[in-house]
Design a protein. Structure first.
Length: 144
């Protein structure tokens, strides 16, 4: 394993630790692992596409606001590094409570990292759609 791959693996561990905190109600630590570029993007399991750090941050904060007791891990991880960019493939697994409703997490994910000032930062996060999450969110919106 190359030094760069080890560094990306460490950045991934920090990202998934921050995701686990987010699905337990605290999105603050995601700011430490994400690039703050206006070009960053995400496509969450609940749908939609966010572009730019402000939209990405707000989307995570919205999920954190209704999330508790969550944990997400990346399994079957594969990392490829090319210069100052790297990508990671894997399967996210875990659980979360959205608005008090338990939901299992089991979907494929792709993450892109960019080296900025010597540190690897998340630049893009994309997962499969999660119908169970979408159903819970729809029910919560109908109650509101």
């Amino acid at each position: 394993m190359s030094t760069e791959e080890e560094e990306v693996r460490k950045a991934s561990g920090q990202f998934y630790a921050a995701i686990s905190r987010m699905v337990s109600g605290d999105a603050a630590s995601l700011a430490d692992v994400w690039s703050h570029s206006e070009a960053v993007t995400t496509m969450h399991p609940i749908g939609g596409r966010q572009v730019g750090w402000n939209e990405v941050r707000e989307s995570f904060e919205q999920v954190a606001h209704i999330s508790t007791d969550g944990q997400v891990k990346l399994e079957d991880q594969m990392i490829q590094v090319a210069g100052d960019m790297a990508y990671e493939l894997g399967v996210e697994r875990g659980q979360i409570k959205l608005g008090g409703h338990p939901v299992s997490i089991d979907h494929r994910a792709t993450n892109i990292y960019r080296r900025e000032a010597g540190a690897w930062k998340v630049f893009h996060h994309h997962t499969d759609m999660a119908p169970a999450m979408q159903d819970v969110l729809k029910r919560l919106q109908e109650k509101a």
